[in-house]
Ligand binder design. Structure first.
Ligand code: CTP
Length: 397
């Protein structure tokens, strides 16, 4: 519930991406936001106010002269208690209006009349030629100069049958971007590399050894670091998770591949957060062909070799980034966590309380540093990730 207590004015302008605005409204509500929808006449050609009202639980506004508002000034009243205005989809025409201060309907008037401290975020959605038209290019540049956040657009197939830039970001990515907009930019200008998920160590072409890590904590940290303004690279073992918006993800399978990718990018990083559950051993005598079942007592004999310890090796580099390790312990967390921090040579180590965290959405953490340990009580992994990012930023400063 990252948007709990936040009030968002969601503006819809004309475009086929209006169908995605329904999902966006739902996503914002799911995150705890109170959503007030305002639609232009053009938007109502694509989706009805009834749909948006049902999803947000509030009557939709589309009329500047709406008698429901006691003082008949919806363009003022609707934004004074708001925490952000989001226009999604934002048409080329509406971008042009924002740039030039046009105000010939409720939504554009409301945007022009917004308090200067109220964030305005827009998610452009239009045909590729419209997006690439020099007029739109100029307008978007101007929007950014005016302090309006431009989210997307994305590249891909368009409803009109053409392909290119101009698709509105997917609703889940927009929800992420809107959540991120409310986070303090504690890591602005920093580069953060996160490892996440399990590794998979093959035995033969169809079998392998892995573990129960879902990757959720690592992905949450990547998302939180990006929301804090960092440039984030996520080196991920096999997971079923979607890449956090704005994060560069590199997929790997084995510990050795993870090691190679990390080492080839570590020079330019300010922070390294090793969340991955890296296999300590790999199969040394892996078979190129599928191992066949033979007589009952002839079990295959696996031999193991030690995998590189990625965290320890990064922490030993002469120009190392700020290193944060994780510890999965099934017993004596306080003792083992403190010892592991020393052994890995890292300033900060994060212990999972209870070893049943794998795959869960919640967690409880203990932070070990040179002063001792502090506990982060049970919470959603995403919330813990924001707290951890704040702890890292504090120590970096
Ligand atoms: N780690 C790593 N490379 C490895 C093993 C672990 O980078 N080959 C990192 C993990 O990402 C984590 C930390 O080291 O941040 C601790 O991992 P953990 O599995 O708890 O500890 P191990 O070092 O493997 O020690 P043990 O299994 O004996 O507890």
């Amino acid at each position: 519930m990252e948007l709990a207590g936040k009030s968002i004015v969601l503006g819809l302008t004309g475009g086929i991406a209006c169908y995605k605005a329904a999902e966006l409204a739902r996503g914002l509500v799911k995150q705890g936001a109170s959503v007030q929808v305002v639609m232009t006449q053009a938007a109502m050609h694509f989706i009805t106010p009834v749909t948006m009202q049902a999803l947000t639980g509030k009557p939709v506004h589309f009329d500047q002269w709406d008698a429901r508002i006691p003082n008949n000034m919806p363009h003022i009243d609707l934004t004074r208690d708001a925490d952000a205005i989001v226009v999604a989809p934002c048409s080329a025409d509406f971008i042009s209006k924002l740039v030039h201060g046009g105000c010939d309907d409720l939504l554009s008037t409301l945007c022009l009349a917004r308090p200067s401290t109220l964030p305005l975020l827009v998610a452009p959605a239009m045909n590729v030629e419209m997006w690439e038209n020099p007029a739109t290019v100029r307008n978007v540049r101007q929007l950014e100069q005016d302090g309006i956040a431009v989210l997307g657009p994305d590249v891909g197939d368009q409803a009109c049958g053409e392909t290119g830039m101009g698709r509105m970001l997917e609703p889940e990515d927009l929800v992420e971007e809107i959540c991120a907009a409310f986070q303090p930019k504690l890591l602005r200008g920093k580069r953060v590399l996160v490892t996440a998920g399990p590794t998979f160590e093959p035995i033969d072409p169809v079998r392998g050894i892995t573990n129960l890590s879902s990757g959720k904590m690592g992905y949450a940290i990547a998302r939180a670091a990006r929301a804090a303004g960092a440039e984030v690279m996520l080196v991920s073992g096999p997971t079923a998770l979607t890449t956090p918006a704005g994060v560069q993800r590199i997929n790997v399978q084995t510990a050795e591949q993870m090691y190679d990718v990390v080492m080839s990018h570590i020079d330019t990083q300010d922070v390294f957060v090793a969340v991955a559950a890296v296999a300590d051993w790999r199969v040394a005598n892996l078979s190129e062909q599928k191992i066949k079942k033979t007589a009952d007592d002839a079990f295959p004999k696996l031999e193991f070799a030690l995998n590189p310890d990625i965290l320890a090796e990064v922490a030993a580099l002469p120009n190392k980034p700020y290193c944060v390790g994780f510890a999965a312990e099934s017993e004596n967390l306080l003792q083992n966590g403190a010892a592991k921090r020393q052994k890995k040579g890292v300033p900060l180590l994060v212990g999972n309380i209870g070893h049943h965290t794998f795959g869960k959405d919640q967690n409880e953490l203990v932070l070990f540093d040179e002063k001792g340990h502090t506990q982060l009580p049970l919470a959603d992994k995403q919330q813990l990730a924001h707290q951890l990012v704040a702890e890292i930023a504090k120590r970096l400063a």
